[in-house]
Design a protein. Structure first.
Length: 247
């Protein structure tokens, strides 16, 4: 009995450290109704996030006065997008993007959470413009049906020196509106994920807020320019850098 109580206490202590579900009932009794209903609600929210569509017009208004350009991937329908990740990495046939030849380009893609984009993207971009004022002169690309690597194709087509892809993250059963950010130097089609840096869990439920995320991303942009590389060659030391500046 003491051993069983010890296991229950251990799981309860672990559950207090994370919003994730950690063995809801360690004694193997039936799941309490409140826990079951909360699970069903969170599961429904995750499904809605995956199948939802970004309100692109509203997002463009929220990004003003920044200019925006619209583009789509080769995954023209949501069902196709979910079945064919490869098509989400390719620009739609006939996509016409101008040459921008800019040092840094922001792309916002819907990814796997429309809610994540709508909840976080505009605030993050606004915070980034404060830290990287040159972004105010460059249109933000709004990409529908986007996977992360679509940013490589967009960057190559526009002549961007670096691409920052902001994209809805795959929802879990605790957070369905999270945003991820992927930074890639010298984008081109065919790059591996090891060539980019990722900042994830950008959301308002205990994740990174827009200001903290913008600080980290601005640091990575500056470090990438100095190093001449992103990905495994670039270690995120933004936290230690901030601590040194505070001293």
């Amino acid at each position: 009995m003491d051993k069983a109580r010890g296991k229950v206490a251990a799981f309860e202590a672990l559950a207090r450290l994370t919003p994730a579900r950690v063995r809801l009932d360690a004694s193997a009794r039936p799941v309490p109704l409140a826990d079951l209903m909360a699970f069903q609600e969170d599961h429904a929210a995750a499904r809605d996030a995956i199948h939802g569509r970004v309100g692109w017009d509203a997002l463009a208004r929220a990004l003003a006065p920044l200019a925006t350009l619209r583009v789509a991937s080769a995954a023209t329908e949501r069902a196709v997008y979910l079945r064919r990740p490869d098509l989400g990495r390719q620009l739609a046939a006939g996509a016409d993007l101008p040459r921008l030849d800019c040092p840094l380009l922001i792309v916002i893609g819907d990814g796997l959470s429309a809610r994540g984009v709508e909840a976080n993207a505009a605030a993050l971009v606004a915070a980034l413009v404060v830290r990287l004022p040159e972004l105010a002169e460059v249109p933000v690309i709004l990409a529908e049906g986007a996977r992360v690597a679509l940013g490589d194709a967009i960057g190559a087509a526009t002549g961007a020196g670096m691409v920052l892809m902001l994209i809805g993250e795959r929802p879990g059963l605790t957070v369905a509106d999270s945003l991820g950010a992927y930074l890639t130097l010298a984008p081109r089609v065919g790059l591996r994920d090891s060539a980019r840096n990722c900042v994830s869990n950008i959301h308002g439920h205990g994740g990174l807020g827009p200001e903290a995320a913008a600080d980290r991303l601005a640091w990575l942009v500056g470090a990438a320019r100095q190093l001449g590389a992103t990905g495994v060659a670039l270690k995120d030391e933004s936290g230690s850098a901030a601590a040194l500046q505070a001293d």
